[in-house]
Design a protein around this ligand. Sequence first.
Ligand code: 26V
Length: 821
Amino acid sequence: ETTPLITSPEPTVEGFVREYLRELNFSQGTILERATTNDQYLALARTVRHYLMSRWMQTTVSQYRSQAKAVAYLSAEYLLGRQLDNALIATGLEEVAAEALASLGLDLDELREVEVEPGLGNGGLGRLAACFVDSLATMSVPAIGYGIRYEYGIFRQRFDDGRQVEEPDNWLDNGAPWEFAHPEHEVAVGFGGRTETYTDDDGRERTRWLPGWQVLGVPYNYMVPGYRNGRVNTLRLWSARATHAFDLKIFNYGDYAEAVRSQTFAENISKVLYPEDSTPQGKELRLQQQYFFVACSIRDFIDQLLPPGFDLHDLPDRVVFQLNDTHPVIAVPELMRILVDERGFEWDDAWQVTQRCFAYTCHTLLPEALEVWPVELVGRLLPRHLEIVYRINDEFLAQVRERSGGDELLVRRMSIIAEHPERSVRMAYLATVGGSKVNGVAELHSQLLRDKVLADFAAFWPEKFTNVTNGVTPRRFVKLANPGLSGLITEAIGDGWVTDLDRLRELEPLADDAEFRRRFREVKAANKDRLVSFLAARDGIAIDPATMLDVMVKRLHEYKRQLLKLLHVVTLYDRITSGDLAAADVTPRTVVFGAKAAPGYVMAKEIIALINHVGAVVNAHPDVSRVLRVAFPANYNVTVAETLVPAADLSEQISLAGKEASGTGNMKFALNGALTIGTDDGANVEIRRLVGDENFFLFGLTEPEASAVAEAGYRPASYYEENVSLRRALDLIARGTFSGGDGSVFERVVSNLLSEDRFMVLADYQAYLDAQERVERAYADPDAWSRSAVLNVARSGFFSSDRSMRDYLDRVWHAAPLTAG
Ligand code: 26V
């Protein structure tokens, strides 16, 4: 039995005002007349929180009581975006709150802007995790998200002379009204030390781990409100603290400074999000982070979410731990250690349970992005886990040997332990062996995983491999980000689409309705106006809403090919300035970039500088700037996306085919009525199939073609030699046109393109230009363009993360939503 649940405050304007003033007085300790904007925001956040509280408690209790199979999503990243907006739409309190605040002389829209978004992720993978927990809550699936409460999220980007400068993201500084700390539920995590064998009371030979040092994990709970379904799930993020015992001992020796130092050492573990999103640095602290949050989460699930005395042999009936990429994969040996060393399981029984409890999602294809940890490091930090990995590998390889008739080449290829260049643990292999399912994130990606990256494993376990195409939450990325379009859709087909996005199909006939298209254009124009004010206020950037808005926003990576977009810009500049092209014949465009580069990724940072330098010259040119402008607002994040995506006309999804696992920005743009110019890569393939070829601008090499070119020996210089307009564009950069006449500034970028060009920018250049000409011709007919845009919206319902969750439930988790209770 539990205590009676608290009730929600009254969802009326008067009720809200009462609650708000109480918060201002009792929690903020101030009065309306003296409250700062931050006080006003914090009180508002806490007020809205109150309306979610009883649903949260109810959800938690009913989940525990039902003991239904739960999804535990393990992710090192959650790129949540602002919480207040989302809580308001989930509760349906937006109007009440706005009116209540207005009655007190306050402005809701102004207070929304105060919130610093929790940027606890790098990009696609972290944002996907945030969309997934949203969908799980909205679909009433018993689920919990586990991760790390980084004190500093993804760095803030600033430009200095066009070059990226990183600044710390101190997102917690002004108060954190959305989190609930539970130091009383702290969990101890061991590191280092050694293992020893001993004989237990039953005369059995056992192993135990004697860690050399410990850290405490303090859980911080965040509410994950379902959309108007009375449910609130939990996101539990761990923060590292020094152990009390550890400090005390040192304090007793009188070494105060050393005690404080060791505290700092422990607390470093959750200090900062690693901003690398492709090349693993093999940093010790990162492995510490991974083990830290995974150990806390598994312990938490077993101790807090299972009833006392639960028989862990039945664990697979109660939970599936979904591994978001390889970052949490150390969970596999951790669960084995708990079962075998702590719970006295036989190895084989423990292995059965473990395999059934895990499933792994792979998010990449780039070989350099696959995590490996040096055996030396794993052995030093987690000696028992290394032993367990070795045994898992031995038994797995024995199976491979047996089934392959002793094919030792195959055995070496499939080994979880790589021997070169340094003996190390291949985390993707450990995940594949240690779980029951492996999925890629788009059809093409899953196919390439099966055929290339994990081909040996797919041949060994064909049933293990499946696809779940990514999705995005329509709550944040349509309803919240695009109220104009949402209103128009709801007026036409009712509001069921918000939780059943396939219903957007009902808009299809309206693509042929001139009045609907007109109103659709009105919405787009209003969204552009909103973007104009946003960029003016935030960045002092002036853009013309009457131009085509051509947008490329995503992490800066060579494979994504921001350089291809830039070469298009440079070519337009060249043609206009050389008189080849009359400015009057150019479709006026604003090219918007948004991208952060990993701080250590030198080439990516050069590309950022080049974009900014080209932009400065283009924007300053009297003729060119009349028809072409480049805008590169710094610090692209979820909040910026929410204003930018609804305003876009053209979505740039131009990675080299076979390199972008899925993409999710591509889905957000299509759902908001932008047309895509894109390669046959990732989820673009599925977008094009759904929206129709005639509503998508396809160009470039296909994956098999790109592979064949690479195989045959790619020579980028030949494209430079043979294509005049490409040569002129590269020469302009090389001659210093965009760097004050100094050709050496971007020499590295140019020479890399000419000599290596790993991602075949030059090979796709002409096809891209041609596709952009098709775009211009299409854009010249606004009515036909908006017809295509409406069809993009109507046919993109598949890309709801609700559908992704259904696919995971069916193909991977074998769990189900809770029905009322
Ligand atoms: C990878 C690594 C590699 C080790 C170093 C640290 C680190 C940190 C993050 C990552 C994640 C990179 C993988 C990633 O974000 N993949 C993206 O996942 C999206 C969601 O599935 C997908 O849409 C993108 O195509 C894919 O690039």
